[in-house]
Design a protein around this ligand. Sequence first.
Ligand SMILES: [Zn+2]
Length: 383
Amino acid sequence: MTVWDEVVGQPAAVAELTAAATDPTAMTHAWLFTGPPGSGRSVAARAFAAALQCPRNGCGECTACRTTLHGTHADVREIVPEGLSIGVEEMRALVQLAARHPATGRYQIVVIGDADRLTERAANALLKAVEEPSERTVFLLCAPSDHPDDVPITIRSRCRVVSLHSPPASAIAAVLTRRDGIDPATAEWAASVCGGHIGRARHLATDADARARRERVLAVPLGLRGLGDAFAAADELARAAKAEADDLSGSRDAAEREELGVAMGAGGVGKGVAGAARAAKAAEKGLEKRQKSRATRTQRDVLDLALIDLAGFFRDALVAGSAARVPLTSPDRAADVDRAARAWTPESVLRRLEAVLACREALDRNVKPLVALEAMLVAVQQG
Ligand SMILES: [Zn+2]
């Protein structure tokens, strides 16, 4: 094996990164990994970090490779925003660490997942470090694209860009079978409906609840017989997203609160206790705030998956209604897609698709989920 095994369906990027890891004279201090969600930006960045630390340029077997891939290498730091943004304090601390000499590795590497979530001040703090990098420091940024909306031009101009693409279904099916031991038929089905998103494919292949949720979402377009149905479906979608998000964050939140309680030393009397109690209260407040921000993001991510499935359905109906011979995003719903294409004019399908996209934008602007979903499904029902 090598460190590149998990980088699925990206031969061009792997060739470029391997070349860079093998020839240190061609080294760049800042890299930007771009690609659609699920294309494996952070996986590729982590593999590259391992290849840079490995004396054999990414053998996949030595300590440097294994610790980097597991996230425990002393000279590889990864920042993954849990909330809606990466703040300036977090970035300043990271920049300071990055300026140090590597402890054991060949480089001091900082991986920034979701660099598009940097606040303006955090981006400025990062820019200073990228402009005057220490000799052995390497920044690996990940973002959906190198568009100024995602990464400020000032930072973008200092980075070498590696673009990833949605991996082909065949490559996704192969990795699900080989790595996760999923049977070939399920792997092929999951790969065909995941929209190029490897993580989604694995989730659908292994989680019956996820499959059921997808079924319910895809049944919505043809199931709306009146306005009442539209409001009921909006309510159900909002509830389901909240329940799934709560499920994802619930146990994590409780564990964190307990850890914090232990760290702060719950209870106790005597000198200094009042001050300690105040500090503990402040820490608790900070944790609550972070957890709330993370819960909002999780709920939004869950809803976004449903919206992507819905958009895919209408896109498929447009394809089916035209003479275009391109693969469907949900080939397993071909019969429903055909029904929709026969029942609705292309203009009306397009209006429905636009309503879904408008809903995504509304959620991005912090419109309440239920309000945005109702507006969308009323438009979908009316066509
Ligand atoms: Zn190695």
